[in-house]
Design a protein around this ligand. Sequence first.
Ligand SMILES: Nc1ncnc2c1ncn2[C@@H]1O[C@H](COP(=O)(O)OP(=O)(O)OP(=O)(O)O)[C@@H](O)[C@H]1O
Length: 781
Amino acid sequence: MADDSMLVNFAIDDSGLAPNLSFKGGRWKDRLTAKKAARRRLDRLGQRTDKHDALDNDLRNDGRKLQAVTDAENENWRPIKRQRRDNRGERESIPFAPNTLQNPTSKSKVATRDKALPQQFVSSLFSSNPEPKTELTNEPEDDGSAKPSNAPLTGELDTFTSLGLSPGLANHLMKKLNLKAPTAIQRAAVPQLLREDTDAFIQAETGSGKTLAYLLPVVERITRLSEGAQASDATNSMIKRNSGLFAIILAPTRELCKQISVVLDEILHCAHWIVSGTVIGGEKKKSEKARLRKGLNILVATPGRLVDHLENTEALDVSNVRWLVLDEGDRLMELGFEEEIQGIVKKLDARQVTKSNEQGFLTPRLPSRRNTILCSATMKMNVQRLGEISLKEAVHIKGEESSTTDPDRAANSESAFSAPAQLRQSYLIVPAKLRLVTLAAALKRAFARRGSVMKAIVFISCADSVDFHFEVFSKAIGDHKAETASTDDEVMENAPNKATKDTIAKAVAFSTEDSPVSLFKLHGSLPQNVRTATLTAFSKSKDPAVLICTDVASRGLDLPNVDLVIEYDPAFSKEDHLHRIGRTARAGNEGRALLFLLPGDEESYVGILKESNRNGGRGLIRSDTNDLLKKAFGSTGLGAGNDWETRATDWQLGVERCAVEDVKFLELARRSYQSHLRAYATHVAAERHIFNIKTLHLGHMAKSFALRDKPGSIKVPGMKPGDSNGIKTGKKMAPKDRSSGANSRSVLQSNQSPNDGQEAARRMREKLKEQSSGAAEFNIG
Ligand SMILES: Nc1ncnc2c1ncn2[C@@H]1O[C@H](COP(=O)(O)OP(=O)(O)OP(=O)(O)O)[C@@H](O)[C@H]1O
C-alpha cells in the first residue's frame, strides 16, 4: 500500500510512458500494425513531438511497400473504375439510354451488377479493337479484264439454230423466252449431247446457263421422237404423257428442283405434249403418286424422294429412262446422297429396257443406253467420286474461260474455278465488336439511294443467327422508332401472308422514307411451304429487298436482280464461297460481293480469295470499315451534332437494350451466339488455321450478338451448358456434341476418326432425309 502512494507522488517523465518506437523481429506486416498502434497512442498524448514525425515517415514508407507487394500479389490488379449509371439513375444493370451513353471513345469497360442478371459488361465499341495487318487497296483501274465471262455470246454465228436445235425450239427461246444467243457452255454442251450418246461432265462458272445446257438437248431429243408422227399426223405415234419416262433430273434441294421445273415448263410451252413433273420431299406423297400414275416424260426429283418412289410406287416405270442428270453434283455428295444415287443408278440399270419391245416405235430413236450428265460449277474430290459412281467414259464439257488473263490460271484451267469476271469483290476487316453495326452500315449504304441496289443476299452460318439478325434489322431501334410507327400501317408490296408472316418484314434498320426495303429470311428449319412462299416473294419483289439466309440459298438458285451478296460469316469452304457470290453477276449482269473478315488469322483468307479471283486477285479490294461506318452513321440531318461514332454506338446500344428488356430476344441472341461459335468451329480442316476458334475473342463476339453477359455465363435452354466453354478452352468437341442438333456440317466435315465419322455421318444423313430438305446448315437447338 505504502509503495503505491510513493509511486503516486513521484513526478514522472512523459517520455517514460511513450510507446516504444523501435520495432524489430517478427513479420513486417505485424511491425506495421504495431507502428500504427503506437502512432494512435502518441495521438492520445495530445502533443506533437519528433517521435510523431519519425513514425509518420516510417508509416509512409511502409504504406508504399505494402501497395507494391499487394500489386505484385494481385496480377489482375486494375485501377478502380467508376461505375456507370443509366440516364434514369436506376439500378446499375439497366442499360444506358442511347443519348446518355458512355463516351464512345472511352477506353473503359464497365461492369454492371444486378441481383437478377448475371454480371454484365458494356464495353465501348471503338476501343480495344485489334488493328488489321492488311493494307487498304484502291479501286483497281479498268484494264478490260472485267468483260463478263458468263454472258450470252455475241458472235454472228452464235445462234440457237447453229447449235443444232430445231427451228421451233430455237424460235421459242428467242421470241418467247427472250434469249438471243447461247452462252459459252450452251454452245459447247448442246451440239455434243445432240450428236453423241455419251456420258458428260458439264462444268462452268456460276450463272453461265448450265440448266439450259442440259435441258435443251434432252427436250430436243424427246421432241424428235414425235417428228415423224407430226408430219404424217399419225396422232397415235405422238409422244404423250403415258409414252414413258425418258429423263430424270436430280437436284440436291427442293428449291432447286422447283426452279429447274419452272425453266423446263417454260421450254415445254413449245412442245406441250411433253409432260414434266416433280417429286420432292416436303410435298404430299399421295398427290405425287397420282401424278406418276398419270404418266410423266421428264421428272425432276430430290434423291431421297426418288428412292422412296422407286421402292414404293409401282406406277413409276423407269425402263425407258435415257437421261439421268445430276445437277449441283458436289452438293449432292456433300449432303450425303452418295448411297441414294448409287441405289438409283443400280435400279435404273436393272430396270432399263434396251431392246425394241412393246414400246416398238420409241426405242430405236432413243439412245441405246442411258446417258448420265453430271453438272457442277466447282470440282471437289467428291464430284470425282460421284463421277466414278455414275459416269462411264464421260466427256468433259467446259465453258470457255474467255477472259482469263492470268497465265497460271489458263495453264491450270482443269483445276481453276473462279467467280465471274465482271463480279466486283471486296472485303472488310471488321473487329468482332463492330460486326453487327458494320453489317447495318453496309446495308444502310447499299440502300441509301433508291435503285442503287435492288436486292441483296446476306449469308450467315446458322439458322439461329439468321433468326437473330432478321429480328435485329426489323426492330425499331434508336433513331428509327418514329419511322417504324408510321410505316406499320403502310401497305407493303411484299405484305406477308399467312405462310410468310414470320419471314417477311420491313427492314426498319436500313429503310428510309424514300427507299423502303423489305426483309426476308430463309433457312432449312422453316417448313417447306414457308420456304417456298418466302423465296417466291423475294424473287418477285419489285421493292428493294434483303434476304438473310444460310447456305440453303447458296446453290443453283437463280434469283433475279441480286446486285449484292454479303458474306457476313465466311463460307465453310472456298467452293461454297464461289457458289454464294455466284448468286449475283449472273448471265453477264453486274454484281458486287462483300466479305466480312476478322482482324488476325482470318486476314490470311485473302490469299484464298485471290485464288478464286481472275487476274491473280488484282480486282479484289479491301474496303475501309471506318469509312463505311462514317458514311452510314455520319450526320445527314438525323440527330445532327452527334458524330458517327456516337451514332453507331447509339444504334448498337439500342439493340443491346432490346436484349435486356425483351427476354425472348435475349434468349434468341444467346442461342444465336452459341450456334455461331459451334458453326465457326467446323470450317473445313484445310481452312481451320484461318478460322481458328481458339483465337476468337468471345467477349467481343458476344457484343456482336448484342450480349453483355460474360461469355462463360451465356446459357441457353435446350443447349448443353459448357458448349461454348469447350470452345473457349480449345477443347475438341466430342463427336457426340458435333452430331447433336442438326449440326450437319460438323459431322460431315470435321476431322474425326473413321468410326466416329461414319456413324455420325450416317446419323446425319438420316436427319437430312427426315427433313428431306437437303439443307446442310446449323440449326442447333
Ligand atoms: N442463253 C442465255 N441468254 C441469256 N440468259 C441466259 C441464257 N441461258 C441462261 N440464261 C439465264 O442465266 C441465268 C443463270 O442460268 P443458270 O441458273 O442455268 O446458271 P448455272 O450455270 O446453272 O448457275 P449455278 O452454277 O449458279 O447454278 C438464268 O437467269 C437464265 O435464265
